[in-house]
Structures are given as C-alpha cells and as structure tokens.
Design a protein around this ligand. Structure first.
Ligand code: ADP
Ligand code: MG
Length: 454
C-alpha cells in the first residue's frame, strides 16, 4: 500500500479507536504507535518498547482488529512489533515540528520565541553527570554558557547517538536564559533550520529569514549531519554561518561525526566548521552509566535497589537514552503490576534490550587476543601441534569461544583448522578442570574473558 493511503487508513483506525476506548487510552497507548506496512492482509504496527507492545497486544488487540476490519475487511492479521528507534525519533521530530509551527505566528518576535520552544526542562547542567567520556564537551559547553565573549567559534560537539549532545545544548540555552536574559539564544535542529529555510523560499521571504538568524547572540544548530546533501540549504547555512562568525556571535553545532568525517558537505564548509573547538563525546563507561542511573534513580519515587542499577550499567552499554529508557521501563512495569524491582524481574522486562546489547564476539577476535596474549603465531594456534605452549593457549581459545559466542562445538572446531567437536569438548573440560585448582591460571583466563567482553 502506498505510504499516503496507508497513513490515511491508520488515521481512520485511530479515530474509530478513540471513539471506542476514549481519549486517554488512545493518547497513552495508540498515538505513540507507527503503522509500518499493510501487506497481504497483514497490518504491521511498530511500538517504541517491548513493554508497550505487550500491553497493546494484550489489551487492545481486539479493538484494533475490529476497527481495522470494519474499514478494510481484507485485513486478517495484526502484527505488533518493537520498531527501530530511528523511526520513533523521526516521528517525534515531525510532531515537535508540527507543534512548533502550528504555534508560529508571522510576527518576528513570536517567531523567534517559537524557535526556542521545545527546550527540554530536564536538560540542564545540574542534571548532566560528568565523567571521563564527556568531560571535555561539558567543560566547553559550560565555558561558552558562562562567557560574555566568544571563547571558541564555533563550538562543535560530536558523538554517537544518545550520548548527551542535545542535553548540553539545551543546558547552554537554559543557562543563558537564566543568567543573561538580554542575550538572544536560538536553538533548533538542523531539520527545523532547513524547514524554515524552505518555507521562506516558498514564501519568497528569505530576507526576514536571514534577519532572524543574524540578530541572535547565540545560535545552536543540532544534528548538522542532516544538512548535508541539500545544496541550497547548505549554501544558506554557510552564508548565515559566516556572517555570524564575522559579527562575533557564538555558534554551537552538534553532529554525529567530526567535521572532517561529515559527508555531503562542501570542503570549504567542512574545514570552517573545525576552526573553533571540536569536542567529542566518547562512548559511555561503566562508571558514567552507573553515575547517571544513580542520579536518575534518586529523582524517582520508587526505590530501585543498588544491584539493579549495577546490573543495568553492566548490561546496557549502548547509549544513555536507552539506559534511561530501560530504567523507566522497569519502574513503570513495577508500578503498573505492583511487583517489586529485582534483578530477575529486570531481566524479564528487558529481555530484548539486554539481548540486543550483548556484544557479538567472533571466534577470530578471541583467537587474535589469545595469540597476542601468549605471544604465539596464529598459524600455530590453528595447527595440530601438541607442545604444551601451543596446545594450552588453543584450549583456552576454544574454551573462550564456547563461553563467549553462541557457536556450537562443531562450528568452533571448524574454525580451529578443522578440529573435531570432541576435541573442543575436551579442551573446554580441561580448562575448567585446571581453573579449579590453579588460581593463577584461572585469573589469567578470566582476565582474557573480561578484556574480550568490553
Ligand atoms: P544526543 O543528542 O547525543 O543523541 P541526548 O542529549 O538527547 O543525546 O541524550 C539522550 C538522553 O540521555 C537524554 O535524556 C539526556 O538527558 C541523557 N543524558 C545524556 N548524557 C547525560 C549525562 N551525562 N548525564 C545525565 N543524562 C544524560
Ligand atoms: Mg540529539
């Protein structure tokens, strides 16, 4: 089905559902969903979390099916699956954009105000937990916020998704709003920036567009990687950017890559983006994750046991947004079904999330690490040599392959130069036995295991 007709159909389903179940239920459970596809009689819907999927599935499946079939009797099945996060980010963006622009009035003052709408009140410096991975970005952001001059221009923050770029930008905006209300700050996503620009083009009003941006003191544009590719917008961005830099206005940009790695952006632009301070946010460490969880947990009315926080910090290594989401899901689940929070319940509620966070370690990685550790040749490790200084590392590598991958014994054997699965089994047993009565050996093996797991 075409996306457009699909959307129309989904809107119809939504309004029937709303009539049957009421506004509150609709808002909480159905509005956040996304219709993915309608094909061969199957309506496929995406839910943002597994918890939500389960809830909708067990409570509203029947209603959804009924209203869907009323509109389209060919529908025979309903699939509710947990959708990719980027789809939901995009949905949120669009909704925010629509909201911001539905409020936008042509008067410049109000328009400027609409630009700063959407600052998240939780994204302040006070709520930002500082650790090794983000200390540089934090210090730079604070410096820019406190400074009356322009310490570095532009400040370019970059790092992977969910590591705190937007949080820091909002924090700067809040800080300036509070301490220097006379300074005009504009924060907007690159998408919004483009949207505005294209709108101005359509209304043949690029003059006021330029004015709007050129009258600010601090301009923040989030996720500039999205500007790449769109030529005219890029051009406009570049002009505005240069004009502001010349006027000594502070510019703060964020992206998921460093300026030199941004693709689809003109060379002159790229080099200019790196003129000021480029601060990257590194992937989180266990300590930072735990710190963030503790800070979040303190604000909750529900008690979350220390070992559960610890467990989450260990298991969810991807990004902070996901980490927060995990904590919220556990708390929401506990409140809704009245179950106390412990590791067992957490494992259950977050099963899919934990699984997707488990890093896949390959047998090759294990072999390389073992070879490096024992200072032997890879070809020897894969050979049939039986001397103890080769055979023992080989056994350890097989043992680690069994422990850290989901490969079967025959598969492991094959990757070790075509050994039999009984050889692998023997190796695993042998290592387990030696581990039991030789603590130095045991520590050595465990250390290798830990190194491979990070
Ligand atoms: P990004 O823009 O880099 O994708 P965000 O700034 O949106 O990431 O951060 C994702 C979530 O993680 C937000 O809810 C934010 O408040 C939280 N977060 C990120 N870094 C920190 C931190 N250092 N301390 C507390 N919360 C953080
Ligand atoms: Mg962001």
């Amino acid at each position: 089905m075409e996306t457009e007709t699909q959307d129309v159909f989904w809107t119809q389903i939504c309004s029937s559902f709303r009539e049957e179940e009421g506004e509150a239920v609709f808002k909480n459970w159905i509005a956040p969903l996304i219709v993915d596809t309608i094909e061969v009689g199957v309506l496929r819907i995406l839910a943002p979390t597994a918890f939500m999927r389960d809830w909708v599935d067990s409570h509203y499946r029947d209603t959804l099916m009924r209203v869907a079939r009323k509109k389209k009797p060919t529908i025979v099945a309903l699939d509710i699956v947990v959708g990719p996060a980027h789809r939901f980010d995009a949905k949120l963006q669009t909704e925010k954009m629509e909201k911001a622009f539905s409020k936008e009035v042509s008067a410049t003052e109000e328009a400027a105000d609409a630009l700063t709408l959407g600052l998240d009140p939780r994204f302040t410096f006070e709520n930002f937990v500082v650790g090794k991975p983000n200390e540089l970005a934090y210090a730079a952001a604070l410096r820019v916020a406190e400074s009356n001059s322009v310490p570095f221009n532009p400040l370019f923050l970059y790092g992977g998704v969910g590591l705190g770029k937007t949080h820091l930008m909002h924090a700067i905006a809040w800080y300036i709003k509070e301490n220097r209300p006379d300074r005009e700050v504009i924060y907007l996503s690159a998408e919004k920036f483009m949207y505005q620009f294209i709108r101005a083009l359509r209304h043949k009003d690029t003059m006021s567009f330029k004015e709007k941006f050129r009258s600010v003191d601090v301009l923040m544009i989030d996720d500039v990687q999205f500007i790449s590719g769109k030529d005219s917008t890029q051009e406009e961005f570049f002009h505005t950017f240069n004009a502001l830099i010349d006027q000594k206005k502070q510019i703060i940009l964020s992206a998921d890559k460093s300026p030199s790695d941004l693709s689809g952006i003109e060379e002159r632009m790229r080099s200019r983006l790196g003129w000021g301070l480029v601060a990257d946010i590194h992937p989180t460490t266990y300590e930072l994750r735990l710190g963030i969880l503790q800070a979040k947990a303190e604000k909750l009315s529900t008690e979350v046991p220390k070992e559960v926080l610890d467990f989450l910090a260990h298991k969810i290594g991807s990004n902070i947004r996901e980490l927060e989401g995990a904590l919220n899901r556990v708390v929401a689940h506990s409140t809704l079904v009245g179950r106390s929070i412990n590791i067992e319940m957490t494992t259950e509620v977050l099963r899919d999330l934990i699984r997707s966070n488990e890093r896949r370690i390959s047998i090759e990685e294990i072999q390389n690490k073992v070879v490096e550790h024992f200072d032997i040749k890879l070809s020897d490790l894969l050979s049939s040599k039986r001397s103890i200084d080769i055979a023992r590392p080989r056994q350890i590598a097989m043992y680690l392959s069994k422990a850290l991958t989901t490969c079967s014994l025959p598969e492991i054997g094959r990757k070790f130069g075509g050994k039999d699965h009984t050889t692998v089994m023997h190796a695993v047993k042998r290592v387990e036995a030696i581990k039991k009565d030789n603590s130095a050996f045991s520590e050595d093996v465990d250390m290798l295991k830990r190194v491979l797991q990070v």
